[in-house]
Design a protein around this ligand. Sequence first.
Ligand SMILES: [Zn+2]
Length: 314
Amino acid sequence: MVTSIERWLLGVLGSPSHQRPFMRTRVWWTAIRRASQSTSRQRSSSDGRRARVDWARLMTGTDPTEKLWRDILTGQEPGLLRTRAIFNRIPSDPRCKMCASPFGGAGGALVRLLGHSRAPRNPMMCWACARDLKKHPGGAEIDLSVLFADVRGSTTVAEHMSATAYKNLLHRFYRLASEAITTHDGIVDKYLGDGVMALFIPAFAGEDHASRAVEAARALRQTLTAMPEPRLPVGIGVHSGTAFVGVVGAGDDSDFSALGDVVNVTARLGSSAAAGEVLISIATAEAARVPVETATRRQMELKGRSERLDTIAL
Ligand SMILES: [Zn+2]
């Protein structure tokens, strides 16, 4: 349903081509809802009653919405892509990591009228998306690239300035990281103390998500280097592989995120990279067609893993 405020806004925006995407914010959630409801109905009719606990689903991990989630995350479901394309045209960062509605500036004030204000428990997401994710949990295993940027030696940096000055410096880093990531079609997944984690999902970053992640890492390093003093020393790691992407957690604490080995390894790469260094795995380098012959190779031992990880430093 489109509210009267949305109708007014659509009128202001003008062309009919603008109208559908706002409505489609709800269309792709409706598709997920239908998928889960139809499976629920099938269960009810075969069992004669609705199962309160779906043990089969819990034990096997099968998810009736998995195909739809995969379609969404690999860019086969056009509703979310169109919604993001429209919201990305309205300034300014930061944005909801699902629908890309802006939280900042006049654009943020505008979309708040449509119910896309920041979710109180999940500030990386708008209220409308957080509510719908909670209602329709799910996800799928997909190939993606992950970026992790980490402030090196933050204790030493913070020691030489006031707490407020350090907070301001960190906020500037968050803003620059968010710009570099979203410009390259990544999603800021989390701000983790002194670090930023980003996902490059095929639906939004394209099949060449590894290249986009590497470009984002290079762009972030460049802007951080050009930053006036005092600068934050930041190391960046990028890795590519398969992860579960979707709704993680339960109830009010659920969040759209990624889980799996690729996420853990990227966090280790980010925390191992020296200040000003971009450390990428060979998997990412090959996918992004970064020449590895002339690069500085480094084998990394990762805690809890039997095999060493081949990386190159850019
Ligand atoms: Zn949203």
